[in-house]
Design a protein around this ligand. Structure first.
Ligand SMILES: [Zn+2]
Length: 405
């Protein structure tokens, strides 16, 4: 019924069968959780590019075979010495944030030393340390191990960024230890920077107006392979965000089977969302924001929203009138569109819409997942068995979004 409202001869209907076919491939174990640099993510990119090709989309300028390649720096800290009071410190008990100059600390050349004791407020202490402009060695009581481990798992991973990334001003080393006094130290570390090639997948349907674009997006990267939980180690990311990519592919195929649109439609599957949104940052900077009428970023639509099937929510509702326009249109087809019920999660600023939104484009993310209670979010259990295919298929209601745009 929704499709009829467009008043065109319908030649392609988004079906549950097609939705299931696509999401099954994208969330399969063969894709290995689609982490950056893996064979699995390359397979996923090829699959999406083939879908765009078979849908008959055109290329965006600067891309090849529907792939937009770009380079990013991946920086990690490499220690060659880590001894305090002549004791070797275990790898899992320290992490660092350092500058390009590297560290060479000993008795002659000591940093300031800060102790985070048992009764101290861990977050507050680390917050202070991170904003220090002087080199610091932060000795953290083992009583704070649980919190330390959370920071460790984040900071021990390589940092990614473009050339213009903020430069660190001070060297900071954090050590989990009950040592109460630092008499001697030998700490040596350098920054090792590698260039990594990343890939967005982009397809276009040219409209009558080439300089007016509507972007439909999602991200195809995910968390890869981790420690097994009940024998499962693959983060399939069926909901996050194979569901969104599936919707983007199906919307592309649908629109391509319609008469030439007024505005140019751009369909994109971003890489590197999970590590900081670098795919969308690069993509957004290749376009002129004045030419983008709107962006609808589709994230995790595999489960019913708290308002039930046939409803979705949008981040940044108050930032533009897009939500209201969609809501008005969708009310005709019994589909409810509402404001992000989880504003505390700051999703408007954390998702792939953020770069274009900052440039003044009405750019929002659309989701259905009850992220506050979802047990599978960023877990190995986020696989196809937990999804509701009808819920994904019903995002065809987004087709109506085209009318007011
Ligand atoms: Zn995610």
């Amino acid at each position: 019924m929704a499709l009829l409202l467009l008043g065109c001869a319908t030649t392609y209907k988004i079906s549950e069968k097609e939705v299931e076919r696509i999401i099954t491939v994208l969330s399969s174990d063969e894709m290995g959780g689609r982490s950056l640099g893996s064979e699995g993510i390359e397979k996923a990119a090829n699959f999406i590019a083939n879908e765009f090709a078979s849908a008959g989309l055109s290329e965006l300028a600067g891309s090849k075979n529907f792939k937009q390649h770009f380079n990013i720096n991946s920086t990690s800290v490499e220690f060659s010495k880590m001894k305090i009071n002549s004791q070797l410190i275990a790898n899992s008990s320290y992490f660092a944030k350092i500058t390009g100059e590297g560290i060479s600390w000993d008795e002659e050349n000591r940093p300031e030393i800060l102790f985070v004791k048992e009764g101290d407020d861990f977050r507050q202490a680390l917050g202070g340390a991170f904003s220090s402009d002087k080199d610091l060695l932060v000795m953290i009581s083992e009583k704070h191990k649980a919190m330390f481990d959370r920071y460790y798992s984040y900071f021990s991973k390589p940092t990614m960024g473009f050339d213009d990334m903020d430069k660190q001003v001070a060297n900071l080393v954090f050590v989990l230890s009950n040592i109460e006094e630092v008499t001697t130290l030998e700490v040596e570390a350098v920054l090792s920077t590698k260039e990594q090639e990343l890939t967005n997948v982009v397809g276009v349907i040219e409209g009558n107006r080439l300089n007016e674009m509507v972007v439909y997006s999602s991200h195809y990267d995910h968390l890869g392979i981790g420690t097994p939980v009940d024998g499962d180690s693959i983060y399939n990311g069926a909901n996050d965000d194979a569901s969104g990519v599936t919707a983007v592919i199906e919307l592309a195929r649908y629109f391509k089977n319609q008469p030439k649109p007024e505005r140019t439609l751009v369909f994109v599957a971003f890489t590197a969302e999970e590590v900081g949104g670098y795919g969308s940052q690069y993509f957004s900077k290749q376009l002129n924001p004045d030419e983008i009428v709107a962006m609808l970023n589709i994230e995790m639509i595999g489960k019913e929203s708290k308002e039930g099937l046939n409803s979705a929510w949008m981040t940044g509702w108050d930032k533009s009138n897009l939500g209201e326009l969609l809501q008005t249109n969708l009310s005709k087809v019994d589909f409810k569109f509402f404001a992000d019920p989880y504003p505390n999660q700051q999703l408007f600023y954390r998702s792939d819409n953020a770069t274009l939104a900052k440039l003044g484009v009405p750019a929002h993310s659309i989701s259905t997942t009850q992220i506050d209670i979802d047990k599978d979010y960023h877990q190995v259990s986020d696989d196809i068995g937990t999804l509701d295919i009808t819920n994904i298929t019903n995002t065809r209601q987004l087709l109506l979004a085209r009318k007011p745009l």
